[in-house]
Design a protein around this ligand. Structure first.
Ligand SMILES: *Cc1c(COP(=O)(O)O)cnc(C)c1O
Length: 363
């Protein structure tokens, strides 16, 4: 540690986030002119054309600050979900909302409960606030073990995070499990359900967070980064009781969502054709990869999002070897050394990925 900076206690314990490599890094590192980028669960179809048109218009007014309350966007989101605008908060990606929830609720030594393996940002928010994270292993086949989650809750627990479909396993929490868990949670615990991939799933049993919103302890997170293809703009949103957001708003930066993001997201929400095309591509990709995995004798839990977790034996070695063939997949998930996570691409990208996978696993 350096001697001159008196940083806040606990800063040295925060693990910096390690993102997947960017296209430029990939091309430079491997001397490739093209890469098939299947490492960050992005939408292979790109952004909605309606979003691009909205951005074009908004470019003329970039000298003006954005609407700090994101009124127009919150209105559209509220209409889309059948809730009131006061129940909607938008953020600079749903990552920001996760951090804001941590800043609003957590004091040092408080606890956060989350499944393992799952999305690392939940633990990040906790570590920034010097709170503790209790990791609760998923059950067989990466299903949710809600009894174990409930059992991990203590007097000090403030937030329980669940991700459905779960990143990186692709498995869902059911509505029945969510209702049971909520009924077990003490009054002072907030249940956050991250639904980043929920609109890809057709599983009729999956939790539909909107049906839990009658309970003031529930927060549902959504993002424009996946289905809507706007990861580069950074915009996500949460649904909850207005009073909960009234607290979160006190720690939120005044202009947290930029003008382009607000307009593009509002437009993307109206683009039914893009949404359907994205859902259909994911469904087609799911069938494709399940067949590929079955043919190669590779285990993979049924994927409910826009990615599939595949057990290849040594995930890191698989990813490296696929990379040398120009296909970038994600690996290095804690607890999942034997796996790679493949984001669904276009049909062509999926073919290229399958070829690389076949060559690498040598079957
Ligand atoms: C991608 C992702 C998000 C979205 O993050 P943004 O900050 O909105 O881009 C949220 N939760 C999970 C589980 C994700 O995989």
């Amino acid at each position: 540690m350096t001697a001159i900076y008196r940083v806040r206690a606990g800063i040295e314990h925060i693990e910096p986030y390690v993102p997947g490599l960017t296209d430029d890094e990939l091309k430079a590192r491997y001397g490739l002119s093209e890469v098939v980028k299947l490492n960050a669960n992005e939408n292979a179809l790109g952004p909605s054309p309606l979003a691009l048109a909205a951005i074009q218009q908004e470019l003329q007014v970039l000298h003006h600050y954005p609407d700090g309350a994101s009124f127009l966007l919150r209105d559209e989101i509220a209409r889309f979900h059948g809730v009131r605008p006061e129940q909607v908060l938008v953020g600079n990606g749903s990552d920001e909302l996760i951090k804001l929830l941590a800043e609003t609720f957590l004091e040092p030594e408080d606890e956060v409960v989350m499944p393992f393996p799952s999305f690392s940002q939940y633990a990040f928010g906790a570590s920034v606030m010097r709170a503790k994270t209790r990791l609760v292993p998923l059950g067989p086949g990466f299903t949710y073990d809600v009894e174990a989650l409930a059992a991990a809750v203590t007097e000090r627990t403030k937030l329980v995070f669940c991700c459905s479909p779960n990143n990186p396993t692709g498995t869902v929490m059911t509505q029945a499990e969510a209702e049971w868990l909520l009924a077990q949670l003490p009054e002072h615990v907030v249940l956050v359900i991250d639904a980043a991939y929920n609109d890809y799933s057709r599983n009729p049993k999956r939790v539909m967070g909107e049906r839990l919103l009658h309970d003031p302890r529930v927060v549902i997170l959504h993002t424009f980064s996946k289905l809507y293809g706007l990861a580069g703009l950074r915009v996500g949103y949460g649904l909850a009781h207005a009073e909960l957001w009234s607290f979160v708003n006190r720690v939120r930066e005044p202009f947290n969502v930029n003008r382009l993001a607000q307009r593009a997201a509002a437009a993307a929400l109206q683009d039914e054709a893009h949404r359907q095309a994205s859902q259909e591509l994911a469904l087609r990709s799911k069938r494709f990869y399940l067949e590929v995995c079955q043919a190669l004798g590779l285990e993979a839990p049924e994927p409910e999002g826009n990615f599939i977790l595949v057990r290849t034996g040594d995930g890191r070695a698989t990813a490296q070897a696929m990379m040398a063939r120009g296909v970038m997949v994600r690996t290095n998930f804690a607890g999942l050394d034997e796996y790679v996570r493949i984001t669904f691409g276009t049909d062509r990208e999926n073919e290229l990925c399958a070829e690389a996978l076949r060559a690498v696993v040598g079957r």
